[in-house]
Ligand binder design. Structure first.
Ligand code: F6P
Length: 328
């Protein structure tokens, strides 16, 4: 670990997120700036196991800052969960003369990174890239802001048709076990009710809220349901339940799905990714390992993988209040 780092590898793993390319670009260019070689690993940890890598120069990452997805591709590798798989990955890194690794992804990615450090004492730094924003140690993960804007744009369109037909819409959004997308996009799109896993409001509360909306003369309603919410676990069943209780409602369900992961990254995500890409390379060159770099209160910070994975990134209670007040 005390030899100078001459080559850094970078990979993207887990669900892709808009802004991952901007992060790859920043890592590659920071390497160029600090005169370190950079190598891109394809398909995340699986590519590491198979030795699927390619040297990247600053010019290889031209014209990608604006592109969604990840030029390095992404995967969830079962083999990397095994000791044998990780040993193959380590051998390939050594063979390629790589001295340190930047991993871009979410908690599964960091869990893999942690294991790798424990077993091989190999320097690894993480960059949070997931639309879910469910990582502790950064105010925002890369891709979250773009996903929010995508969701709001789509809900605005759904609002047009909901209003024309006096309909009640249940709109399911991603986020895995976290409600950040639902809560913030719900507020941004002016939803009547927002269902998130962190605050299980229960069916009674939803029914009460729909009753109130009708009493106040609302002719159409938008309910944003986080995919991880308990009562919204199956949004179609939820819609059926409400239809049975209130047959007069003309109900439709819209599951937004993977469109939330695509598209050109917002300026916010591009800047975030650029800052974190540079910070990750600088951290490795400073001999730091086992941390995820993040931005907290507009400052670059770092937090151990253990904390990033295990601690909760709390839902802001004030947002819940704002959602309630602004939907009267
Ligand atoms: O973690 C990102 C995410 O898009 C989650 O919001 C969602 O639950 C999951 O990935 C979907 O995964 P897949 O692309 O494997 O269907």
């Amino acid at each position: 670990m005390n030899e100078p780092i001459k080559k850094i590898a970078v990979l993207t793993s887990g669900g892709d997120a808009p802004g991952m390319n901007a992060a790859i670009r920043a890592v590659v260019r920071a390497c160029t700036y600090y005169r370190v070689d950079c190598i891109g690993v394809y398909r995340g940890y699986q590519g590491l196991i198979e030795g699927d890598m390619e040297s990247l120069s600053a010019r290889h990452v031209s014209n990608i800052i604006n592109r969604g997805g990840t030029i390095l591709k992404s995967a969830r590798s079962e083999e990397f969960r095994t000791k044998e798989g990780r040993a193959k990955a380590y051998e390939n890194l050594k063979k390629a003369g790589v001295g340190a690794l930047v991993i871009i992804g979410g908690d599964g990615t960091f869990t893999g990174g942690l294991k790798f450090i424990e077993e091989f004492n190999f320097p690894v730094v993480g960059i949070p890239g997931t639309i879910d924003n469910d990582i502790y140690g950064t105010d925002n993960t890369i891709g979250y802001d773009t996903a929010l804007n995508t969701v709001v744009e789509v809900i605005d369109k759904i609002r047009d048709t909901a209003s024309s037909h006096n309909r009640l819409f249940f709109i399911e959004v991603m986020g895995r076990d976290a409600g950040f997308i639902a809560l913030n996009a719900g507020i941004g799109a002016g939803a009547e009710e927002i269902l998130i896993p962190e605050k299980n409001l229960g069916l009674d509360r939803l029914v009460e809220s729909l009753d109130k909306s009708r009493e106040k003369g609302k002719t159409s309603s938008l309910v944003v349901v986080s995919e991880g919410d308990k009562i919204g676990k199956n949004v179609f069943e939820l819609a059926d339940f409400i239809k049975e209780k209130y047959p007069f409602y003309d109900i439709r369900v819209s599951v937004l799905g993977h469109m939330q992961r695509g598209g050109s990254p917002s300026c916010y995500d591009r800047v975030l990714a650029s800052r974190l890409g540079v910070a990750a390379v600088e951290a490795l060159l400073d001999r730091t390992s086992g941390v995820m770099v993040g931005i907290t209160n507009n400052e670059v910070t770092s937090v151990g993988f253990n904390k990033a994975i295990k601690m909760n990134h709390d839902i802001n209670e004030e947002l819940l209040k704002v959602a309630e007040i602004t939907s009267v």
